[in-house]
Design a protein. Structure first.
Length: 461
């Protein structure tokens, strides 16, 4: 007799094998890495911006699933929307009808960027970027895409072609025709545009890697250059969009900037159902879908599914009703200003930057001889180890989850759920202050862990 599927029973029976199963059947380096840095925790449940382990200990999430959990975990409005759409037993994904939910979500999304006209729904941020790249190349009749150094736009082949990190690109060539230009360098942009073969520039208004914002006036000047040369501006708002920087879109911090294509994903999902969206001008969509013969020239099997559309509609409703964007701006400013006050106190703390609830904390070479010698030891083994030394005690001692903002970077990136409050922000600053105090006083446990990281870095060479 076939046993009825029981998810709760399966988790109760096999849940303790989570790290072993991953090591055996998935990416074997992930559990190894988590064990090395002491991140191999077992979280039992989550709500909002917090996790709890089996002992009932509370953890503050300053990572938000790489910015996916904009509303935190298990927001009741999003949960209800998903229950409702499942209970409705809709005839979903027939592919030969036009269901209402995609149109309603597209209409709502476009209301936040009224200069754009149409939306394509896929399943992820990298798919949103792939769509923008395809549409830009087809609409302009040109092949080459410009991107910014240190950019991250995804890891599928097209988006990898505009990835500014060599570590991700290595071994996957040949990629699409592309050229990197420094973020903020208008002369470099103009030089490439004069060659006449550029379809578009894709740019993150605030780069995720290192948390570097486009310089004031750059996006508007770049837009003018691109239009003069009949090329497009693509804004990658996969991480920065939906309120992350204190505006609905990060490009909206720059007056007059109206990208031709905008990519969103992550927070639009509500943390439940993967979704990506590419917003664009009507003439671009008209060119791509130029006839009935081309009706399926670009599509996605699970794109526009009812669960994803319901989640997206619920997310946007919550954002308006709970004033999520305003909260991100206000709490982000408090968090950033309190952290900035520490720069003059701790010589290893070099800079605090960002917008809203996307903040970069950068470390740099200390002045004092004792600390400088330890810093030099870490840098010789692998750049980025000091930032990792800060991230670990934040989790181990203070139960706060953060991340290093990219390989070989001495930067911690804070991208918490947009619902965090001032108490959460103050909890982080107080914990971070204790960690920095320990580091500057030569705290044994922290520097002992640094030695472990050095040994691991050397072994991996």
């Amino acid at each position: 007799m076939t046993k009825e599927f029981d998810l709760a029973a399966l988790l109760a029976e096999r849940g303790a094998e989570r790290y072993e199963l991953h090591a055996r059947h998935l990416n074997h380096q992930l559990p190894r890495m988590l064990h090395t840095i002491g991140f191999d925790k077992v979280y039992e449940r989550a709500e909002g911006a917090h996790f709890w382990d089996a002992d009932g200990n509370d953890y503050l999430d300053m990572l938000a699933g790489f910015a996916v959990m904009g509303l935190g975990r298990h927001h009741p409005v999003v949960r209800k929307a998903l229950h409702d759409v499942l209970d409705a037993s809709l005839a979903d994904l027939t592919r030969f009808d036009c269901p209402p939910l995609p149109g309603l979500l597209a209409e709502k999304l476009l209301s936040y960027s009224p200069h754009l006209d149409r939306v394509f729904f896929g399943n992820s941020g990298t798919e949103a970027v792939e769509t923008a790249l395809k549409f830009a190349r087809y609409a302009t009749g040109r092949q080459r895409i410009l991107y910014c150094t240190h950019a991250f736009h995804g890891l599928t082949t097209g988006s990898l072609s505009v990835n500014g990190e060599d570590g991700f690109r290595k071994g996957f060539a040949p990629l699409l025709p592309d050229t990197a230009v420094p973020l903020g360098d208008l002369d470099a942009l103009a030089r490439e545009l004069r060659k006449g073969d550029v379809a578009a520039l894709i740019v993150e208004p605030v780069q995720g890697k290192g948390v570097h914002e486009a310089p004031p006036g750059y996006l508007l000047a770049a837009q003018e250059l691109l239009r003069r040369h009949k090329a497009l501006l693509i804004a990658d708002e996969v991480q920065t969009g939906l309120g992350r920087t204190g505006r609905f879109y990060a490009y909206q911090h720059s007056d007059g900037v109206e990208p031709d294509l905008v990519c969103v994903a992550k927070a639009l999902s509500g943390g439940y159902v993967p979704v990506g969206a590419t917003l664009g001008k009507d003439w671009i969509f008209q060119k791509v879908y130029s006839s009935m013969d081309r009706v399926q020239v670009h599509s996605a099997s699970f794109g526009s599914n009812a669960q994803a559309m319901a989640a997206g509609l619920a997310v946007l409703s919550v954002m308006e009703n709970e004033e999520i964007v305003a909260n991100a701006a206000a709490v982000g400013e408090r968090l950033k200003s309190r952290l900035a006050e520490l720069v003059d106190r701790y010589e290893m703390l070099a800079d605090v930057r960002g917008r809203g609830l996307m903040i970069g904390i950068e470390f740099g070479r200390p002045r004092s001889l004792k600390l400088r010698s330890r810093w030099t030891m870490l840098q010789a083994a692998r750049k980025g180890l000091f930032a990792q030394m800060v991230v670990v005690p934040l989790l181990q001692r203070h139960r706060i989850l953060t991340q290093v903002s990219g390989d070989h970077l001495e930067v911690i990136k804070l991208i918490p759920p947009l619902i965090i409050d001032t108490a959460d922000a103050d909890r982080f600053v107080d914990a971070f202050t204790e960690v920095m105090e320990d580091a500057h006083n030569g705290g044994g446990l922290m520097w002992d862990f640094g030695k472990t990281l050095v040994k691991q870095a050397v072994a991996d060479r």
